[in-house]
Structures are given as structure tokens and as C-alpha cells.
Design a protein around this ligand. Structure first.
Ligand SMILES: Cc1ncc(C[n+]2csc(CCOP(=O)(O)OP(=O)(O)O)c2C)c(N)n1
Ligand SMILES: [Mg+2]
Length: 553
């Protein structure tokens, strides 16, 4: 047995079934050990995509996804994926190779200090210098990656340690860790504030989307009966409860959902993580906030809760609702605002203008996606529209990144979802900019035989930045580009492609693509003039910048 065999045995011991990556010569011992293992090696066409896929595996399952690269250039290509998992709280293990550490036969060729570069991008970055430590280090890496707040862990395995012969060393068996529930005093304090509140509102943040929380949170929402809104990454955290849904805070202020937020006197904020663009801005005159989370709230200029319930969120919520059920008189005080807020979101959703409006695109995608279908967004202007307007009824059915908010993750995250849920419809929605940042992974998707539809919103521009340019009164300059013929592009990969030529053409194109199976690209032209019309002009008029206290008073 050699070091790499031990590493792979330790990974098998953690239940790892797949590793994504691009090996280099420094990983060849590991590759050979994988060949004799039950773990599948899935090569991607860029390390960034491997990291996005591993992170998404962690996000959707709660178990760390694993990716592997060579030293130097390959490892540096993991940086964005590490940042994505760190800010997004996605458990992941990044394994990178390195030249031997006992001798230096190639001088400094390809050597950069990857452990140092990974240190600020991970929860832990560690160079393995002895085969004897591999079982404990791997166990510790998985423990740290999974522990709240979850995130990435980096392990560097030098090639001579990988190749070193070892006597059999046994792996460390994982055991379940049940984290503590909130303190009774914290629960009592929070319950008292909620009972006193006249206009309570629930907010579901990023950590509310942890896969293991879905049932307990859904139960809490149904029993408390206080209307809820969510942050972008808290979208789709609960199953059902849609009669209490009052909107998504895709903007920080002055959206229709802020009609309710601005009138609330208490916000019960579940799982908010301030990596997200603020869903509302706290100030001296605003509502009180009770933070409920796995970990304490970070204190920010825009977020400084008045009370906290810290501990395992599911069981803590069960204890909290026991203190509240049947005693809440004002639970639905803000519910009358719901219909009016949601009605605005339906505006122009069926308009037959072509190129398509963002509202129509969101509407049509919702028609085509079954309740359990998964939409994975890249980053661009359409993310705001999907966050505001796309309704979800099942947890984790809209995957978006409002943390690192990187372009390029839409396609790889959708590929991972399609691998995990082969019987559900999976749709990637990308801009023409973000799609091209990792479009090479179409080859991986085709090779893996995935069923996946990719909708590319074509404006021949970095649309979101162009929008910001206009909002900030800059000249419209420098942000347009050309595109390949996306249908031919798809075909050249052995995928399929079809164009949308009319407003009524999107639904049939999506339906046909899903029915046909395989990987299917659908480019659709988008009319982004709605960005200014709605998100700037209309909201400026409709939602005052400095709202007075509750008109519902
Ligand atoms: C890797 C990366 N580079 C740059 C940005 C800044 N950025 C945010 S959105 C955006 C434009 C996205 O263009 P596209 O994918 O075409 O979507 P659109 O907004 O046009 O719909 C840019 C450049 C980013 N978020 N991530
Ligand atoms: Mg674009």
C-alpha cells in the first residue's frame, strides 16, 4: 500500500463516490489508486467547473463534494470554486498535487505556494507531509467541511508522499455529530419578543436552505402562520407554505416586498448569512430583528440583531413553536399586503413582445418546470428577475449564487443537479456572457449522458453591468460583444440546439428539449429595456425611499 492508496481508502471511508477534476502528473499515484477503488473519476474541461460541481454536490446533499487538481496552474484554477463554496457555505474538499517535498528534482518549476493561496479561501488548508497522518487529516477535513458553517477544505498531497510505501494504517470511522440546540433562555426571550410584536414577519436566509432543514423549517412556517419572505439564497427553503409567501428580497430596498418589510416591527430572521446582498437595511428606526441560526450573526452596518437563537436550527425551531403556537394574535397582521405585492410580479408576465421580456421568460420557465424541477442560474441581470418572480414550492429547486455571485457556475451547478436527480427536469439559465465562461463543459455533460437543458439569454452584452452603467448615469459604452451561433455550437459538441424566434416559441422549445432528452441548448433573445422601466423607474415611484412608519398602524 502507498500514500495515495491510503488517501483513497480514507475518502471511501467518508462515503465518497465521485471525484471531479483535471489530474496532472503529480496526481498520477492517486489516479492509479482510484482505478482500484469504487470511486469514479470524472474529468472536466476546466478545474473551475470541477470545483463548482463538487461545491454544488455539497450544497444539495450536505456531504462534502470532492475535486482534484494538479499543483500550480490547476490548483490556482480552483480559486474561484473555493471562494464560491466558502461564501456559499457549501461543504467541499479540494485535493491538489505538489512536487515532492523530500527532494527537489525540478527546482521551482510550476511551484507556487498553494496552501497559502488557499488559506483565505477555505476553512482549512493543509499540506500532507507524512503518510501516517493521512487517515486523521482526511477525517478532520470532512468534519471541518461539514460543520456549521460548512465550507471548503484544501488538502495538498505532494507526489512523493503519495508514492511512499506504507504499512496498512486503519482509517478513522466517522460518527454522527448532533449539534446543541438553543439555550432555553434564548428561546424564551425570542418567544416573548414574537408574542409582543404587532407586525411580525419571517425572513428565510441562505442557511435556511440547508438540505437537512427543509422538513423542520416547513413545519415551523406552517405552524407559526406568520407571512414569510426570503433572501435570494433562502429561496425555496420550505416545502409548500406558499399561501404565506410574501416575496423575495432580490433588491436591498424599495422593491414591492419592502412594503411589508418596512411595515414590520419584528423580523424573525432564520439562517441569514451576511454574505448575501442585504435583503433589507437595518437602521435606528427599523424593525427589531431576532436572528435564528446555526451560528451567531455577524455584526454589520446593515445587520445587528436584537436577540439571537443560536443552535441546531431544526430542533430549536421545534422548541420555539411549542412556546408560540395558539398564542400569536398578530401572526397574519401583514398578510393583507401579500396579494398586492405578488400581483406586481405578475405584470407583463404573459406579454407577447419579442425579444422576450425577462418577466415572460420567468413565467414561461415556471410553466415548463414541474414542482420538483430544478433551475440553476448563472450570474447576470436575469438573476434578479428570477429571484423576484420565480415561485418555488419545493426546497432547493432554484439554485442561485448571491454570495460570491460569480459568473460561470450556472452550467456546472446544473450538471451536478442533473447527475444527482436524473429523474427531475434540470434547467440551467445563463447569460451569453456567463455561459461562455464554462461552455467547454458541454463536452463533459454530453460524455456523462446527462439530461439537461440550457437556456441562454442573448443580449450580446454583459447586460447587468450595462444596466448599472445606465442607472449610474454613465454612457452606454464598452460592454457589448459578439456570440457564436449557439445552435451550431451545441451540435459541434454532440448536443442539440434550437432557437426561439417568437414570444410564443419559448415554451414549446423548452418542452421539446426536455422531451428529447440529452443536452440541449436554447438561445433566446432577451429585451432588457424592462430593467430600467421596472427596477428603476417604476420602483422609484411605487416605493418611497424613506418610508414612514406603518400605515397599517
Ligand atoms: C467571474 C465574474 N466576472 C465578472 C462579474 C461581474 N458581472 C456580474 S454580472 C456581469 C454580466 C453578465 O453578463 P451575461 O452573463 O451576459 O448576463 P446578462 O446580465 O447580460 O443577462 C458581470 C460582468 C462576475 N460577477 N463574475
Ligand atoms: Mg448578456
Amino acid at each position: 500500500m502507498k500514500g495515495s492508496d491510503l488517501l483513497v481508502a480514507a475518502l471511501e471511508n467518508e462515503g465518497v463516490q465521485r471525484i471531479f477534476g483535471v489530474p496532472g502528473e503529480e496526481n498520477l499515484d492517486v489516479v492509479e489508486s482510484l482505478r482500484h477503488s469504487k470511486i469514479e473519476l470524472i474529468v472536466t474541461r476546466h478545474e473551475q467547473a470541477a470545483a463548482f460541481m463538487a461545491a454544488t454536490f455539497g450544497r444539495l446533499t450536505g456531504h462534502p463534494g470532492v475535486c482534484m487538481s494538479t499543483l500550480g496552474p490547476g490548483a490556482l484554477n480552483f480559486s474561484t470554486g473555493a471562494g464560491y463554496a466558502l461564501l456559499g457555505a457549501m461543504p467541499m474538499i479540494l485535493i491538489t498535487g505538489q512536487k515532492g517535498i523530500l527532494t527537489s528534482k525540478q527546482a521551482r518549476f510550476q511551484i507556487v505556494d498553494i496552501v497559502s493561496s488557499m488559506t483565505p479561501l477555505t476553512k482549512m488548508a493543509h499540506k500532507i507531509v507524512s503518510t501516517a497522518t493521512i487517515p486523521t487529516i482526511v477525517r478532520e477535513a470532512f468534519r471541518v467541511a461539514r460543520q456549521e458553517r460548512p465550507g471548503p477544505v484544501h488538502l495538498e498531497l505532494p507526489e512523493d508522499i503519495a508514492a511512499e510505501e506504507v504499512n496498512q494504517i486503519s482509517t478513522v470511522p466517522p460518527h454522527p455529530i448532533d449539534i446543541p440546540v438553543a439555550h432555553p433562555a434564548a428561546l424564551d426571550r425570542a418567544a416573548a419578543m414574537i408574542l409582543e410584536s404587532r407586525y411580525p414577519l419571517l425572513m428565510l436566509g441562505a442557511a435556511a436552505s440547508r438540505p437537512r432543514l427543509a422538513d423542520a423549517l416547513s413545519d415551523f412556517v406552517r405552524r407559526i402562520r406568520i407571512p414569510f419572505f426570503n433572501t435570494q439564497m433562502g429561496k425555496g427553503a420550505v416545502n409548500g407554505g406558499s399561501n404565506l409567501y410574501i416575496g423575495t428580497a432580490a433588491l436591498s430596498e424599495r422593491d414591492y416586498v419592502h412594503h411589508a418589510i418596512d411595515r414590520a416591527d419584528l423580523i424573525i430572521s432564520i439562517g441569514h448569512d451576511t454574505v448575501e446582498k442585504p435583503p433589507f437595511i437595518m437602521g435606528p428606526r427599523g424593525p427589531k430583528v431576532v436572528h435564528i441560526g446555526y451560528i451567531p450573526a455577524t455584526v454589520e452596518e446593515v445587520y445587528f440583531p436584537h436577540a439571537e437563537v443560536v443552535g441546531d436550527v431544526g430542533p430549536s425551531l421545534a422548541l420555539l413553536i411549542d412556546r408560540l403556537e395558539g398564542r400569536l394574535k398578530n401572526a397574519s397582521a401583514l398578510l393583507p399586503l401579500r396579494e398586492q405585492i405578488l400581483a406586481h410580479l405578475a405584470d407583463r408576465a404573459t406579454e407577447s413582445r419579442f425579444p422576450l421580456t425577462p418577466q415572460r421568460i420567468v413565467h414561461d420557465v415556471r410553466q415548463v418546470m414541474p414542482e420538483d424541477g430544478i433551475v440553476c442560474l448563472d450570474n447576470g441581470m436575469y438573476k434578479i428577475w428570477f429571484a423576484r418572480n420565480y415561485r418555488t414550492r419545493i426546497a432547493n429547486t432554484l439554485l442561485l449564487d448571491n454570495a460570491l455571485a460569480t459568473m460561470g457556475a450556472g452550467l456546472p451547478s446544473a450538471m451536478m443537479a442533473a447527475m444527482l436527480y436524473p429523474n427531475r427536469r434540470v434547467l440551467a439559465v445563463c447569460g451569453d456572457g456567463g455561459f461562455m465562461m464554462n461552455s467547454q463543459e458541454l463536452e463533459t455533460a454530453v460524455r456523462l449522458g446527462l439530461n439537461l437543458v440550457v437556456l441562454i439569454l442573448q443580449d450580446n452584452a454583459y447586460g447587468m453591468i450595462r444596466w448599472k452603467q445606465t442607472v449610474d448615469s454613465f454612457a452606454d459604452w464598452g460592454l457589448t460583444f459578439g456570440n457564436p451561433d449557439f445552435v451550431k455550437y451545441a451540435e459541434s459538441y454532440g448536443a442539440k440546439g434550437s432557437r426561439v424566434d417568437s414570444a410564443d416559441g419559448l415554451i414549446p422549445a423548452l418542452e421539446a428539449a426536455f422531451a428529447g432528452g440529452g443536452v440541449h441548448l436554447i438561445p433566446a433573445p432577451v429585451d432588457y429595456s424592462e430593467n430600467i422601466r421596472v427596477l428603476v423607474d417604476e420602483l422609484r415611484k411605487a416605493v418611497p425611499a424613506d418610508p414612514q412608519k406603518p400605515s397599517t398602524d
